[in-house]
Design a protein around this ligand. Structure first.
Ligand SMILES: [Zn+2]
Length: 240
């Protein structure tokens, strides 16, 4: 899988973003000193937005999808990530705004972003399994209902390469349509979907399905899924 480096935001956008970051940071932290801020957009990321602090500098990285987002959405995202960084409560309205924006990201509107998931390769409705209902149920069971809902769909054609994939750029989970069949146990579909949901819950610095994204924290959380071994056996029996 291709991994691209970060690209700096264009200068005027950059300047506005820096000021916005400084304002939100100061409001949340109560600090009188204006922090040094760098903001960049990244074409490919496992997380959509992240903020970190190194010495006196504040670094904010946003996924490309936010480049065209309305200013109020960008502001909401900054409140969410800086609130998390500073461990300060922020108004639920910001999180709502951020999630509402994610829901507007229809695949057809994002064709400018190259990615592993291409809209014409996806069917959003399954024949046997309703991924949205399964997502809601797994979200309640394992994530306190807190995971932001991604786009959910089935590959248009059966795949040989993988059972499922989370695409962080489109915030989309695509499952292999080989699993959307009446002879596939629901447990198997749940397990694959749960695995991809973990990629949303536990973002890492790396991308896609390289082995280092399945680190020990990931595996530990994955063990919370009951009958994971049984699900893996069943998957193996479905063949390569
Ligand atoms: Zn994975």
């Amino acid at each position: 899988m291709q991994v691209e480096g970060s690209v700096p935001a264009t200068s005027s956008v950059q300047e506005n973003l820096v000021h916005l970051c400084q304002r939100v940071y100061q409001e949340l932290s109560g600090a009188s000193v204006v922090p040094l801020v760098s903001v960049e957009f990244r074409p490919y990321r496992s997380s959509l937005a992240v903020a970190s602090r190194r010495a006196q500098a504040l670094q904010v990285r946003l996924a490309e999808v936010f480049r065209q987002a309305p200013p109020r959405v960008v502001e909401a995202v900054l409140y969410v990530v800086l609130g998390k960084l500073l461990k300060r409560p922020v108004s639920p309205a910001y999180r709502k705004q951020y999630l509402a924006f994610l829901r507007t990201l229809e695949p057809a509107g994002m064709r400018t972003h190259s990615s592993t998931v291409r809209p014409h390769q996806v069917r959003w409705k399954g024949r046997w399994f309703d991924l949205r209902a399964l997502f809601d149920e797994l979200n309640r069971r394992f994530f306190d209902g807190r995971l932001p809902k991604p786009w959910l769909g089935w590959s248009r054609w059966p795949l040989r390469s993988h059972w499922g994939r989370y695409d962080p750029v489109r915030h989309a989970i695509i499952l292999n349509s080989r699993l959307d069949r009446p002879d596939v146990p629901r447990l198997v579909v749940e397990y694959v979907l749960f695995h991809e949901m973990l990629h949303i819950a536990l973002p890492t610095q790396t991308l896609g399905h390289r082995c280092d994204v399945h680190n020990s924290a990931f595996r530990a959380f994955e063990r919370k899924f009951p009958a994971a071994d049984r699900a893996r056996q069943l998957l193996a029996s479905l063949g390569p």
